[in-house]
Write a protein that binds this ligand. Sequence first.
Ligand code: FES
Length: 209
Amino acid sequence: MACSSSLLAAVAASPLLASTSPTIKRYQPSILSDEQGKPLRANSLKPLTNYLFHYPFVATPCLLIDMGRDVGGVGKRRSIVAFSAICSHKLAYPAKEVAFIRFQEKASKHSEAERIHCCADHSVYDPSAGAKVVAGPAPAPLAAIALGYDPKTDQLRAMGTAGVEQFDAFFAKYDFKLAMEYGGKARQEAAANTRLQELSLYCRNVAQC
Ligand code: FES
């Protein structure tokens, strides 16, 4: 039952869910895995670092961050959170060519420190508070990814979403591009194992702003 209690903790930080019990839309669970396809150990994560995985569909990117302190997430310190990386403003997302939306550890002209910041139009989200919008034109928080954590194995798994999804709009907007990249399988649900890697290894250019 450790997984289910951690799952609730993972989404409890969302302001959308704070006053009610978390409403999780469940998808096929997927274990977060390393480059070799082995289940990743949570204690191998570097704090305040951008990690990327694709969930709940093979083409929908998510950011995972170990905030290094208790933010109501999962893991031994309840420090690990994950959010869909599709900006709720105009759907910028981390693609292989470039990532405009990413976590930034340090403050910049347009953002405080430790925020998810979309450089496209400077929407800023707070990952320690359910990715609520703290600046910019974004109309809604990023959808939270519900994570399960097994303290015995130190493994993480994605299990669903909570909050406002952007998936339908994302697939409509990028239909042609995704069809070219995924051969018509972009909306296939993520497999039982999903690769987690540093964003800088996936994206050739990570925007700075
Ligand atoms: S698309 Fe992200 S701020 Fe406009």
